[in-house]
Design a protein around this ligand. Sequence first.
Ligand code: 0CN
Ligand code: SF4
Length: 326
Amino acid sequence: MTATTARRVLLAAPRGYCAGVDRAVIAVEKALEQYGAPIYVRKEIVHNKYVVETLRKKGAIFVDETEEVPEGSIVIFSAHGVAPVVHEEAERRKLATIDATCPLVTKVHKEAVRFAKEDYDILLIGHEGHEEVIGTSGEAPDHITLVDGPGDVENVEVRDPDKVVWLSQTTLSVDETMETVDALKERFPGLVSPPSDDICYATQNRQTAVKQVAADSDLVIVVGSKNSSNSVRLVEVALGAGAKAGHLVDNASEIDEAWLEGVATVGVTSGASVPDVLVEGVLEWLAERGYGDVEVVQPMEEKLTFSLPKELRRDLRAEAERKAAG
Ligand code: 0CN
Ligand code: SF4
């Protein structure tokens, strides 16, 4: 790196927590306050190591399946949603459930149920093995076929090419999904599109913002965990939009000094499950190395918030009333 290089950071906004993640994390915190530890959480509440570790320290116990939860306990379902069989299993085991599924994931579940009722074949675009896709597929397993990217399209089989609809995971790359849809439409010209975007506002906005940053960046650092679909997509989108290099890190300790070799502009953003304290750590790390000049690039604002899961709201209200009554 030459001493004359003007070093700066372009900080993308919106970045970090979306409304669904904020709600899910607060749900676990409030449940711990309201009912006391332990509170069981099925799967990672959101796909972020730091968030999971922080909640674990406060008394949350993360399990893979509801069968690991002792009968009569409280279990929270993660933001990514669950298949109906998971609700049934929880009921059988007499668990008290708090459903922190993001309302925008629930919306896709409802679409799947509706189109299955109308006997459509549903092509669900998404990543194989991702929890959200497992949950959505579970709404209508006999009607749903997973399409994992454009490369999967040639192998798709349907019963009636005139009765096919596509739906998608909420956290995909918008551009790659459109490629998949175009390839599907070539094969099935009668393909019906979802009534509204399944890729959620937060995923879309973070991709739009990182594209703006990427075009002017020698390096883009995305803060997020490796199993966070939307975070991984941000690296791909940045590279596709002209960033010379892009890396996903959980926090500043994972940044390699060698990445800064010859770099003038560093783009920074974070996935929807990432608390901003981790981004602040990255900005401090960069400032210590001469990248203290930070310019925010914000193509749009976000204002959406969601109310807490209804089971929790009910109990919090009852508690408040009890207190007020003295
Ligand atoms: O990182 P996340 O927990 O999940 P994915 O991006 O892997 O789906 O972010 C919140 C998204 C949801 C639902
Ligand atoms: Fe909901 Fe989108 Fe956030 Fe997922 S990324 S929790 S779908 S708002």
